[in-house]
Design a protein around this ligand. Sequence first.
Ligand SMILES: [Zn+2]
Length: 651
Amino acid sequence: MTTTGTEAPVPTSSAAAGIVMADRPLAAAGERLRLLLAAEAARLGRPAPDVACLGDADTLAPRPEDSLDARARATVHLTADAVLVGPWGGDGTADGTACGVCLAMRWQRLRGSAQRGALEAGSGTTAAGTWPLPTAALATAVLALHQAVTGPTPPDSGLTGGDRRLPRVTRLDLATWHTVTVPLLPEARCPGCPTAGAHPEPEPGLALISRPRAAHAYRLRAPESYDLPAVALANPVCGALAAGVRTDLTSPTTAPVAGAVLLRTSTGLTEMTWSGKTGSFRRSRDLGLLEGLERYASTLRQSLVSPLVASYDSLGDTALDPRDCGVYAPETYAAETRLRPFDPARPIPWVTGWSLRDQRPVLVAQRSAYYFEGSDADAFVDDCSNGCATGSCLEEAVLFGLLELVERDAFLLSWYGDTPLTRIDLDECGRPSVRALLDRAELLGYGLHVLDTRADLPIASVAAVAVRRDGGPGHLSFAAAAALDPAAAIDSALAETLTYLPGLAARVAARPDELEAMAEDFTLVRRQDDHPALFGLPRMAAQAANYLTPSATVPFASLRADRPEGPHDLRDDVRRCVDALAAAGHDVIVVDQTSREQRRLGLRTVRVIAPGLLPMDFGWSRQRALHLPRLRTARPGAPDRPLRLVPHPFS
Ligand SMILES: [Zn+2]
């Protein structure tokens, strides 16, 4: 918050600059600091740095009268509790150069919801105390710091890896005068940078190219092989994805690392979380940062170029009908005033996708492509991350996006279709990691088993179920996976189940009445975490009989598809999946969401859309899967059997 109460005499020249100092204490302090710096610099015969203030204007959506040029040039930034000196350094390339607006945008995103609300919703900030008086001593310190970092031999900040080539910012704390230096990731959407917004034009077509891979290896690079700027992505001054990383030192099953940042969406400030849950904190951090970058790119459109706005009716067959991806029940639209049924005559924004089945461009509703984008006009669905994936190349990203869609579709078919399921004999799997996962679950008092959830697609799809042996709270936990390598699918589903087990009983015990009410009235299941928590109630086991009492145990080898052996190539893998989906009547559309930050790191992010597959939704009133024809047509066994009208347990 900006503060009032400074009793410092305001330099007279500020009045000439037209600043109403009584109403803008931060601006007054900034102007005073600027004059003090100018005087000190003149005394030393040096140029004075430009000064800007952070915290009294919305830098994410600047007003026309805000001077972007002045802010972009500034290398001294005054906040309520610190002076930020920079950006300085960097390797001088376009991706290693940032301006003061880049810093201001990244800094603002890390503020708390109260301050961001005040800045961005236009309600303004109010006085919260006495503003620290910029003194001559402070100006001397700031100028000395400025000279040190911008001089011919700037200090070595000790940064390594991908952080090393980035510009830096040094924070001088106004209370303690401690300094800390962090790297700054240039902001791809910065209006102050000459190179920002210069996104490559969308490619005319997404041509898949040959990507040879090793047998059983569907990722071409390990997470740690990316030169991730880990500090620039998570630091308290200007972290792109979080103010810091949270490591959970108490988990008995994994070494989890997580972070979060607030993003502004059509419904207000929404927390974008990311996490990595592996057996090593370093690997979890890298995987978490990769997930954060993926979510950053796939939640909000990164391009500064305005999307096409048109009605579906006017676009004809050049566009995907959003209704093909599923809509809510009429009662949902009637009950939730923010939602509106899709209207083909209403103009809405569209982005370009590419059909891998038909080899042609297809327009996709922006709302269906970026899950935090939206306006009143296109509030026909609240999607989530279905089909978003990152890889080292387009082919890898598309494959993993596709597999996620298949995984969720297979799970929902088995759940809502109440399909009889077979249990996979895990002893035959032959992976030491599987044995280790089963043993870890036993230590926590859970038995784990894996079920074959394939329906009509020839891709290994499994569900893992953890059952608490003593029947206590935190009773069931579910996860799913699909993969071209069946052993990898089993590994992945088991590992994901294990990440949920620690703390599950406590999450149930924290709100027993609420969950019991949900078990009686499913419409109370509204949030994502309600779904898995509900199945922590032992009584819900009765609703999951086909997962707990499989019809048979089948050999692991039965999960293998009849596929030709080698040569191993990701392009062929993608084509096989696309052909399989096409044979089942579904297109595969890819929206390239790669952000500039990701492109520099050698990453690609896509959203894969397969219209008609059952999408994962959260909230009982929002289950699009229940209204899609596939739920009736693709169920193995008896298509006339009643559906299981119970919220899914997926998290
Ligand atoms: Zn910039």
